[in-house]
Design a protein around this ligand. Structure first.
Ligand code: HEM
Length: 514
């Protein structure tokens, strides 16, 4: 005891002060990288708190949606919030039109930053050549081939549904989201990679789980101070699992890339035209044109953007059928009259106008996040109200316009006919289609980074829904909590993996298979 006292006496007050200051700096550097932007009000911050940033962060993590909703009422213009991924400037919905095509506000760069893309397990999230090629591939090659892939989508839906839900006429209870994820993984893989890979369980498992597992690992990494993350990355089982998935994707996809390249070389050597590129591997390789492109990582990020988003849309749509059973029969009648005895094709899908409206309404009420259109400011941007977005700031807009009573009558009420009626207004035919984007409906974002996969997602969902409507009866089980199906994280909400439906096979009135 005496020796400790002697040691303490030996340390001067100045030395103690230096130790405390160094301790604070180290603690601050490790734990609080978030900085507030000056001149912008901070939502959720406790004005009396010593650590304003920490108090704003805590408030946001506990109830991000509430913090944003309150701030939209409290402030007339932009404000900032401190999220799990740092400070973000929030632009109310009225700024959407103003920023939608601003080339200094970029989506891929913010994803790169937030998803630790410099680590190999998260390389698919990099704003690299590969991601650009993937986005370009979706925007051009995939979208230009939509008409040719409807037969494949119908065929795969037919086979997959037989396997997933079977043909029993007895009522059966299922966890809906898990089954729909499997269906969408098969449909997407059929188009992106061909029939063989759509039936390859190893690939299907990785394409489904990479998104979830990488999100879990990334969320866990965010909990740690930046300085410790390289260690966490090396030793955490979560990151190890994702690293292994990236390696397995490479083992599955590279041989396919090589095979495409070989047959192209052979054809050229024989003086023949190269085989026509018909899937996303060949399309990506073609767009890369010899430049570096990690095709397996491109396929993983394609799965990230395509699978869970479309699964959520179709799952919520089926829950909406159960919540509003009166709409089931009109939707079925539309499919029967529009499709008739023809195979499903681009024109029939376009003419399913009630289904189009139903999907848009379902997406409006289950948009998934109160914020959208994430962007990174590459340079300083000055908004029309004089507010400044500094270079390097992260920006989001809000989706409150999607339930604005001045735009939508009774906005909280589900109305499957809403957009069908709105399309009947003079000059409004195109504005309210499912795939149209505008500042009043941000389900697919808006502007230069609006989802380029929405045309494919719409076709895929409509084909699946034709089969699901005509081949199955749907309802909630008696004890289902009808309104309790959404789970929330911060500002995000999505259907629960636990939510169940009851279904049984029925005899379809028309043959939908090719
Ligand atoms: C219902 C399904 C889908 C929903 C709700 C959805 C939603 C979105 C949203 C909200 C964005 C951001 C838009 C913005 O910030 O302005 C986005 C971007 C993107 N989506 Fe989708 N998406 C879906 C399906 C798909 C599919 C099937 C693909 C690919 C085939 C895809 C590919 C992409 C890509 C590549 C981007 C990034 C665009 C860019 O960086 O410019 N999405 N999506």
């Amino acid at each position: 005891m005496d020796s400790i006292k002697d040691a303490v006496k030996a340390v001067s007050l100045q030395e103690i002060l230096v130790i405390v200051i160094i301790g604070c700096v180290v603690y601050w550097t490790l734990f609080y990288q978030d900085r507030l932007h000056s001149g912008i009000p901070t939502a959720g911050a406790d004005p009396k708190a010593w650590f304003k940033v920490a108090s704003a962060r805590k408030a946001f993590l506990v109830n991000g949606k509430g913090v944003i909703q309150k701030a939209l009422k409290d402030y007339t213009g932009v404000f900032q919030v401190v999220t799990a991924t740092g400070t973000k400037i929030v632009l109310p919905g009225r700024f959407v039109e103003e920023i939608k095509n601003n080339s200094q506000l970029r989506l891929p760069d913010v994803i790169h930053k937030e998803f630790f893309a410099s680590y190999s397990a998260f390389k698919p999230y990099a704003s690299s050549q590969t991601a650009c090629i993937m986005t370009e591939m979706v925007r051009t090659k995939l979208s230009n081939s939509l008409g040719n892939m409807i037969n494949d989508l119908a065929d795969e839906t037919n086979c997959a549904l037989d396997e997933i839900f079977g043909s029993s006429g007895e009522w059966q209870t299922r966890n809906l989201k898990t089954e729909i994820l499997h269906l969408i993984a098969r449909l997407s893989s059929r188009v992106f990679l061909g029939q063989e890979m759509a039936r390859n369980e190893k690939w299907l498992n990785i394409s489904k789980s990479y998104t979830v597992d990488s999100f879990i690992a990334i969320r866990m990494m965010r909990e740690w101070p930046a300085a410790l993350r390289p260690l966490i990355y090396l030793f955490s089982p979560e990151c190890g699992r994702v690293r292994e998935q990236v390696r397995t994707a490479g083992r599955l996809i590279w041989p396919l890339v090589e095979a495409r390249r070989r047959s192209k070389r052979k054809a050229l050597e024989a003086g023949l035209p190269p085989p026509k590129a018909r899937d996303s591997i060949a399309w990506m390789d073609e767009l890369a044109d010899g430049a570096e492109c990690d095709v397996p990582c491109g396929q993983l990020i394609l799965s990230v953007v395509a699978l869970h988003t479309t699964t959520e849309l179709l799952t919520q749509a089926l829950f909406d059928l159960c919540r509003h059973p009166a709409i089931i029969q009109p939707l079925r009648e539309e499919v029967i009259s529009v499709v008739g005895d023809r195979p499903l094709n681009k024109a029939t899908l376009y003419n399913l106008r009630l289904m189009d409206s139903f999907l848009k309404e379902s997406q409006r009420l289950h948009v998934g996040d109160i914020t959208t259109m994430q962007r990174l400011a590459l340079s300083k941007v000055i908004l029309s109200d004089g507010s400044t977005i500094p270079r390097g700031a992260k920006v989001v807009t809000t989706t409150e316009t999607m339930v604005d009573p001045t735009i939508y009558t009774s906005p909280e009420t589900f109305d499957a006919y809403r957009f069908l009626k709105m399309r009947q207004g003079a000059g409004q035919e195109n504005q309210w289609q499912f795939v149209s984007t505008c500042s009043e409906h941000l389900g697919f974002g808006h502007g230069q980074h609006a989802c380029p996969g929405r045309f494919f997602a719409a076709n895929e969902t409509k084909v699946a829904l034709c089969h699901l409507l005509l081949k199955y009866d749907w309802k909630f089980s008696d004890n289902a909590q009808r309104d309790g199906t959404d789970v929330t994280f911060g500002t995000e909400f999505e259907s629960s993996l636990e939510a169940k439906v009851v279904l049984r096979r029925r005899n379809e009135e028309i043959a939908l298979s090719v």
